[in-house]
Design a protein around this ligand. Structure first.
Ligand SMILES: Cc1cc2nc3c(=O)[nH]c(=O)nc-3n(C[C@H](O)[C@H](O)[C@H](O)COP(=O)(O)OP(=O)(O)OC[C@H]3O[C@@H](n4cnc5c(N)ncnc54)[C@H](O)[C@@H]3O)c2cc1C
Length: 332
């Protein structure tokens, strides 16, 4: 079986997920060819010289910036040249955007969010979750070539030995360069509160916005405490549905949270080693949103909070305002 691993390089550097995808490809026990598009493709091939028997590259200044039309054209050229049945590619933002188009151009099948590949009797099967990670499936397709966009963090990165890779340059026409990338606008690093790589998921519930023991809400203090903690700990921010719903109802709430932060049945089910739920009572965040959190703790004023008690390994019956203030001082 011919397995083609399609990667992109940025000035000769490969992202870690590229090395993980190569590791997945090795599971298939086939003949591995590596294709690299982007600037510094030769240097990128050299950095993983022992990872494949054959290297195909498209290196062109037009690929210096991620751009759908040029990335899709280069990927399609490499896929056609490789003539493989199975194509593994890392699920980077760049490839998630460009490879569906490359699949259409090469008459290939494509599946996303793949977390596992196995070959049984020479037949490749891919694994992925459906319905917000409730149903785990093993799928296969008869149509070939079959492109699998591999999720990161599943396979270990290969430890490749660098060397002098012999590369074959694949011709590619970049006829369509109408789009010009003029720059990237993104929030400051500490403004991004959803951090899939974080060791801790910090879940904020609606209690942060409720009247406190002095009879008044203290939303501003809550916001400062939470953001301070996120900055210092590098934790990822999850929210209950109630606290982000308050926003659309025009009530005073924490402006740095959106429904993108929401965990639970109608939110996400992120994977982090640890979780800390604060001022949160809901069933959905505790029972569903935390399904893949290994070690779970909660802070709640209510000792009888059934969900915190039932689903957390440790429940601190305490005022979260006081606990977080102390915690911030300790880790400061
Ligand atoms: C079909 C359906 C789908 C849903 N999907 C989701 C979902 O995906 N995700 C989700 O989150 N919800 C979901 N919900 C809503 C969910 O059932 C709960 O209503 C919601 O999660 C409750 O949010 P909360 O715990 O933040 O707020 P509350 O229920 O208001 O709880 C606030 C908690 O804060 C505590 N508290 C207050 N002050 C302090 C303090 N100073 N220190 C410590 N603790 C304090 C209180 O004791 C209380 O336990 C769904 C509901 C339905 C019907």
């Amino acid at each position: 079986m011919n397995v083609f691993v399609l990667l992109h390089s940025d000035n000769g550097a490969l992202p870690r997920i590229a090395l993980e995808t190569l590791s997945a490809a090795r599971q298939l026990d086939g003949n591995i060819t590596v294709g690299i598009l982007g600037t510094g493709a030769q240097a990128a091939a050299d950095s993983i010289a022992d990872a494949a028997a054959r290297f195909l590259v498209v290196d062109n200044p037009a690929l210096a910036q991620p751009r759908y039309c040029t990335d899709a054209a280069a990927a399609a050229a490499l896929i056609s040249a490789a003539d493989a049945e199975i194509i593994l590619a890392p699920a980077t933002a760049r490839f998630n955007r460009a490879l569906p188009g490359a699949a259409a151009r090469t008459n290939a099948q494509i599946d996303t969010k793949i977390v596992g590949v196995v070959a049984e009797g020479g037949v490749v099967q891919a694994q992925r979750w459906y319905y917000r990670q409730r149903i785990f499936t093993t799928i296969r397709r008869t149509g070939k070539p079959w492109i699998l966009l591999m999720e990161g963090g599943v396979y270990p990165a290969i430890e490749a030995a660098p060397g002098g890779a012999t590369t074959e340059t694949v011709a590619c026409e970049f006829a369509d360069t109408r789009t010009t990338v003029t720059g990237i606008q993104k929030p400051a690093a500490d403004a991004q509160t959803i951090r899939p790589e974080a060791k801790l998921l910090f879940v904020a519930g609606a209690g942060w916005t409720k009247k406190q023991k002095d009879g008044a809400p203290h939303v501003d203090v809550a916001g400062t405490l939470i953001q301070d903690f996120l900055r210092k700990s590098g934790a990822s921010l999850g929210s209950s549905k109630s606290i982000v719903d308050l926003q659309s109802e025009g009530q005073g709430t924490l402006g740095f949270m959106t429904h993108m932060n929401q965990v639970g049945q109608t939110g996400s089910t992120p994977r982090h080693p640890k979780g800390l739920a604060t001022c949160c009572h809901g069933e959905e965040p505790h029972a569903v949103g935390w399904r893949f959190i290994n070690e779970r703790r909660a802070i709640n004023l209510d000792a009888n909070c059934g969900w915190a008690q039932g689903k957390a390994d440790v429940l601190y019956v305490a005022d979260a305002f006081e606990v977080m203030e102390k915690l911030n001082a300790l880790i400061g």
